[in-house]
Design a protein around this ligand. Structure first.
Ligand SMILES: [Ca+2]
Length: 198
């Protein structure tokens, strides 16, 4: 009887040890799985970061090529498009390139835009500006819908803007030395896109 008890005890101990052993290896396996998952997550994050940086570089490169093809002024680049089109088409084309219709915010910038248009498009062709009073007659806004920081309406010979509800888009006149006129948005004009340099 005593022998039976001893055998049982040995068997029990053996079973118990096997059980503990299995638990430990499972624990090890699950710890290993967790660390593999963490490594995969880390790699995923690194790939996302690289893709983000790559897109940023692509954007900078395209901006650089716009600036090289056009001209650089303080804080932005101008790129001329001599193809005549209506205001909305010109605006859409600038947005598609990652910019917006040129909108000078100072007399100095207006002068630089005037000089650039004279060199790139010609001394007579007016260009669309990114300004309009489509929403509220007489309230001129820029392409982001903000109030204009700078205006350069021609007021010496005529009293611009004078087109009322028929003319809701602004142009920069070359023959009037860079002064602004209102114009029908459906008219077809050359244009200049501007790209902000960050
Ligand atoms: Ca108007």
């Amino acid at each position: 009887m005593k022998r039976m008890q001893s055998i049982c005890l040995v068997l029990c101990l053996l079973l118990l040890s096997q059980c503990t052993c299995q638990q430990t290896s499972e624990k090890k396996r699950s710890t290993k799985k967790e660390s593999t998952n963490a490594a995969i997550e880390e790699l995923k994050k690194q790939i996302e970061d690289i893709v983000y940086d790559l897109n940023l570089l692509k954007e900078q490169q395209s901006l650089q090529s716009m600036c090289l093809r056009g001209t650089k002024v303080l804080g932005k680049c101008f790129l001329a498009d001599p193809v005549k089109k209506n205001f909305h088409a010109a605006s859409d084309d600038c947005v598609a390139k990652g910019g917006s219709l040129s909108t000078p915010v100072s007399g100095d910038e207006n002068d630089q835009l005037f000089i650039y248009v004279r060199q790139s498009i010609g001394p007579e062709e007016p260009i669309w500006l990114g300004v309009n009073d489509m929403v509220t007659e007489g309230l001129w806004l820029d392409q982001s819908g903000s109030n204009l920081r700078f205006k350069n309406w021609e007021t010496e010979i005529t009293t611009q803007p004078d087109g009322g509800r028929i003319q809701n888009c602004g142009v920069l006149s070359m023959t009037a030395n860079g002064k602004w006129f209102d114009e029908s948005c459906r008219a077809e004009k050359a244009s200049v896109c501007e790209f902000n340099i960050v």
